[in-house]
Every structure is written in structure tokens, then in C-alpha cells.
Design a protein around this ligand. Structure first.
Ligand SMILES: [Zn+2]
Length: 389
């Protein structure tokens, strides 16, 4: 026992201090913003909202991406946005949220329990900000790098008691009337053996019969000229490699299609896998996925700058990994990321906003308040009336 004690103590030290790694990743693909501070617009009507959710993206995640790509004096696209806020993330039944509860809060304006998709513990299913936008005649879209039925995108266009039943969630999303659905995960939409549905239903065929364009390759997605369209690559999640359109390209395509609607649009774009790399404590992949997410934000900001009636909001649903940057040089080299958990952590996440009335998003508030603020920006009176108490 005495002899093995030092080894035991060494193991205990590693376990208790968590895993650390030095960031060493190719960032040459990254296109940095040319304008480092965007102006604050006080006036102007909001016709369109583009909401970006970096799943699991805490402050250390985007700071690591910033330092590695442009250094501490440089800025990511999200960091050029003039308004910043802090958003609390706790779930109704847990201090530490999951993506379902936080996504549901941002989508509906109500906190709920972990695991639930825009359903409350009493079984009620409040309208989402996407559904309310659609009811006002706006076009709607969801873009994600995960399966499109994953917790975050699902929270905007489905209602279900469990995030894990993605094939049930697909049934909701197939008839939700979302104009643009881009992402991955056809296994939940197609019957066996092409997909994983055991009820024999081919949701692509059903949606096609209802007027949807079906896209299964990157070329088909980028060539799409009509809505509604569902474009899912791969049976599971995107790899975010050169074989696929980038999240920036998918976002630009979604904006292109949705902006054809004169009534405006609501679009949610998720950088889904920042969270997964956080769970795996993979600092290099956190940086790569965050930079790819940020380039999609750059596309939205370019559109918003030219349009003048578009509000862009960037936030996260929670932090993943308990990540901290504990070493590094001013030139962005030698950055050490240390992790305290392979799970989510409590605490507020950042919110960035640009566009008319962006100042509404300053201060500290809860994820459930974000839906209210978006409804106020878009003038969704019925949504607000239902939540006035
Ligand atoms: Zn997670």
C-alpha cells in the first residue's frame, strides 16, 4: 500500500485537475472580419432575426478561437457586434442545464426540465418563436451541423417530452412548415434499411408530396432555388470537412432563400458540435468548430449590414467542459486549455447583438427572456400577450 500510494496520488492529481492540452490546429481556413467594431443602430424596424446558438460555447471557447486565429488584439465576427449581454442558463429542475431545456427556454420563453423539447413539466406545449414568426407570415429556417432533430433545432419546431426520441421529433418537424431545414441526420427521416425508422414511413417522400424540395447532397442544397426545402447530408452529424458545404455556405444559402419573403424571416443557426468537442475535451476541435461557426456569423452580418432591417443575435445554450485558458503567449501560440469536467457547467453565457434595437439585448437576463426579447424585436404581439403575466 505504501509503495503504490505515490502513483495513486499522482492519478488523483490528474483526475482532480482535469485534462489539459496545448492548442495546435490549422486555422488558415478562417476569414477574419475587416471591420473590428460594427456601429450601434438605434432606429429601424426589425423584419428578420437570425439567431446563432453555439452549443456549449463558453467564453473560453470563443476566446481560444480568437487567440489562435487573430490574437488578443484581433476580433472574431461575433466580437465585432456592438451590444453584449449575459444570459443565465439554469433549467427548471436543475442548476446545470442540457441543450433541450435551454433551447426550449430560448424558443418558448419558458424554463422547462432537462430533456424536454418545448414541452413543460405539466405537459403543455407553448408556441415557439419560430412558430409565432410563421403565424405572422414570416419565412422560417433551421440550420445545424448535427441531426436537424437534435435538441437545439428541435426545440424551435417540435414539442416532445424527450429529446432522445428523434424519430418522433422528426414527425413533428416534417409537418411544422419550416421553409428551410439544413443539416444532417436522414436516419431519422427514412425507413430501414436506408434510414433507421422502424414504422416504415419515408418522411422525405411525405414531405415531397407536401411540396418540399428534398436535397441529399451538398450540390443539391446549394442549387436549391425554391422553398420549402429540406437538405440533410449524412445519416448522422456533419463532419464539417471539405466534402461538405460549410456552415457559412449553408447559412448564406438559407438567408438567400428566406429573404425572398417580403414579410421577413426567422432563422436559427446552430454550431452544434462545439458542445461535443467540449464533452471530449478536444481543444483543437473546439477552436476549429468555433471558427467555422463564426464564419457563418460573418455571412449573416454581411447580409444584415446591407439589409438594414435584420437583427443578428449570437449566444450559447450553456458552457461545456469547464474550459479555462491557463497558459499562452500574446502571439496566440502555446495556449493551454484545461478542462474541469466532461459535462456542462452552470453560469451565464455571452450574448452578442447587431442590428436595429440591438441595445435590448444588453444586461443580464435568463435564456427564457431571450424569446420575449426576440418577440419584442419582431413585434409578435400574440406571443407577448400570452406571456404577459
Ligand atoms: Zn452537451
Amino acid at each position: 500500500v505504501i509503495k503504490t500510494l505515490p502513483y495513486f496520488l499522482a492519478l488523483l492529481f490528474v483526475v482532480s485537475t482535469g485534462f489539459a492540452g496545448t492548442i495546435d490546429v490549422d486555422v488558415s481556413f478562417y476569414e477574419a472580419p475587416t471591420e473590428l467594431e460594427l456601429p450601434l443602430h438605434v432606429n429601424g424596424e426589425v423584419m428578420n432575426v437570425i439567431l446563432f446558438i453555439g452549443d456549449g460555447m463558453g467564453n473560453a471557447h470563443f476566446s481560444a478561437a480568437q487567440y489562435a486565429a487573430v490574437g488578443p488584439e484581433g476580433r472574431l465576427h461575433m466580437q465585432t457586434m456592438p451590444v453584449t449581454g449575459l444570459m443565465g442558463t439554469y433549467a427548471k429542475n436543475r442548476l446545470i442545464t442540457d441543450s433541450a431545456a435551454s433551447g426550449s427556454a430560448m424558443a418558448t420563453g419558458y424554463k422547462t426540465d432537462n430533456g424536454m423539447i418545448s414541452q413543460l413539466p405539466d405537459g403543455s406545449e407553448p408556441e415557439t418563436i419560430l412558430e409565432a414568426s410563421k403565424a405572422e407570415g414570416k419565412a422560417t429556417g433551421l440550420v445545424a451541423t448535427s441531426t436537424i432533430t437534435h435538441a437545439t433545432p428541435a426545440s424551435f419546431a417540435a414539442h416532445h417530452f424527450s429529446r432522445s426520441e428523434e424519430k418522433e421529433i422528426a414527425l413533428d418537424m416534417a409537418v411544422a412548415g419550416v421553409d428551410v431545414l439544413f443539416g444532417a441526420g436522414w436516419k431519422h427521416w427514412l425507413p430501414e434499411p436506408d434510414g433507421g425508422r422502424t414504422d416504415g414511413r419515408d418522411l422525405f417522400a411525405e414531405m415531397n408530396a407536401n411540396g418540399y424540395v428534398i436535397a441529399r447532397t451538398g450540390e443539391e442544397i446549394l442549387a436549391a432555388s425554391d422553398t420549402p426545402v429540406i437538405g440533410l447530408l449524412r445519416d448522422g452529424a456533419l463532419y464539417e470537412n471539405d466534402e461538405e458545404p460549410s456552415l457559412a455556405e449553408l447559412t448564406a444559402k438559407a438567408i438567400d432563400l428566406l429573404s425572398a419573403d417580403d414579410d421577413g424571416f426567422f432563422l436559427m443557426v446552430e454550431g452544434s458540435q462545439i458542445d461535443w468537442e467540449g464533452h471530449s475535451n478536444e481543444e483543437d476541435e473546439i477552436v476549429r468548430r468555433t471558427l467555422l461557426f463564426d464564419m457563418a456569423i460573418g455571412e449573416a452580418l454581411n447580409f444584415a449590414k446591407a439589409d438594414g432591417n435584420t437583427l443578428v443575435i449570437v449566444t450559447a445554450d450553456h458552457e461545456t467542459g469547464g474550459m479555462a485558458l491557463t497558459k499562452g503567449r500574446l502571439d496566440g501560440s502555446g495556449i493551454v486549455a484545461q478542462f474541469t469536467t466532461t459535462n456542462h457547467t452552470a453560469g451565464p453565457v455571452a450574448v452578442f447583438a447587431y442590428g436595429p434595437g440591438a441595445i435590448r439585448y444588453t444586461g443580464m437576463y435568463e435564456n427564457s427572456d431571450l424569446a420575449i426579447k426576440i418577440a419584442e424585436s419582431l413585434g409578435l404581439e400574440d406571443f407577448l400577450k400570452d406571456r404577459a403575466d
